[in-house]
Design a protein around this ligand. Structure first.
Ligand code: ADP
Length: 288
């Protein structure tokens, strides 16, 4: 974790063309240090980390934010700059002044996400890897969702858990059986642009009370993946699901499939934060 030094201050002031008048830490992130920077009356948001550990993390995050902005469905913060200054890397962007949710917040979120999901590609994945938390997220492209999900999502996380002795032989066997049969459960759909880490902590109301998405891990995948994550750690409002389904109906049985998609973020959490996530994983595989 890095903090502000003179070199960084000089560079930011040069980009923003003014003197920094305050730097206030913003809590809440798991991976980076975040700050609100003021230059006179204008505020900006900055995340910083070690350029040695994560040389290209913010370039990738900036690209993800831009892909989501281009989809034109929801307010996504505008990136101002991402750079490396000595041993620090930073991502400077629009500051979102926290507002109160508008009365149509969840409806607008549903419609907006449906619009984002309407952005398609011919293959599942992305041209480059990115990050999910501090872990590398493989995005090697596949024609088949099942191949992508098994080879780029589940298998690498199981291997990592295995290498760090976080997973039992029995659970690995259950995963092998799951991976050999999982193809039968997914719907046939085109790859959709995903936020990729859409837990409830990655949405916030902007100053006008409109929904805003932050901290993505984008790729093209089945859109049920994003929907599933809206129910993993907390739950979006039911209005969200109604509005989404009005614009871009999910295929029958979507609610029963949610747990299978969520095995991936649960495995990510197992690898990042330890074995407290095992019971949830075990329950899903038992039910499968
Ligand atoms: P990390 O990459 O470390 O997980 P986040 O992107 O989640 O960091 O940001 C940390 C916290 O900062 C979030 O919980 C959110 O409340 C706040 N935040 C994120 N982006 C902005 C922004 N553009 N403007 C204002 N606050 C933000």
């Amino acid at each position: 974790m890095k903090t502000f030094n003179q070199q960084l201050t000089d560079r930011i002031e040069s980009i923003l063309n003014g003197k920094i008048t305050s730097v206030i830490p913003v809590p809440g992130g798991d991976i980076n240090r975040a700050f609100r920077i003021s230059v006179g009356h204008d505020n900006f948001f900055i995340k910083i980390n070690s350029s040695v550990k994560f040389p290209d993390m913010f370039r990738k995050e900036a690209r993800g934010l831009q892909l989501l902005r281009d989809a034109d469905g929801l307010h996504i913060p505008q990136v101002i700059a991402f750079e490396v200054v000595d041993d620090t890397t930073f991502l400077l962007m629009e500051f979102l002044h926290p507002g109160n949710r508008s009365p149509h917040y969840w409806r607008d979120m549903g419609r907006g996400l449906a619009t984002i999901h309407n952005t398609t590609a011919s293959v599942f994945g992305l041209e480059e890897s990115n990050y999910i938390g501090s872990l590398v997220q493989q995005n090697t492209q596949h024609w088949s969702w099942t191949d992508f999900f098994v080879q780029e999502r589940i298998a690498p996380m199981i291997k990592r858990a295995h290498d760090h002795h976080l997973i039992s032989k029995k659970l690995e066997q259950q995963f092998n059986s799951f991976m050999s049969k999982v193809g039968e459960i997914f719907p046939l759909e085109a790859p959709a642009l995903l936020h990729g880490d859409l837990w409830i902590g990655n949405q916030i109301p902007d100053a006008s009370g409109n929904p805003c998405l932050i901290d993505p891990a984008v790729y093209f995948g089945l859109r049920e993946t994003d929907i599933a994550m809206t129910r993993l750690f907390g739950h979006f409002s039911t209005e969200f699901y109604h509005a989404y389904n009005e614009i871009f109906p999910l295929q029958p049985g979507w609610e029963e499939r949610m747990d299978y998609y969520n095995l991936y973020p649960l495995l990510v959490h197992l690898n990042l934060f330890g074995s407290s996530y095992l019971p949830q994983i075990e329950d899903i595989l038992e039910a499968f």
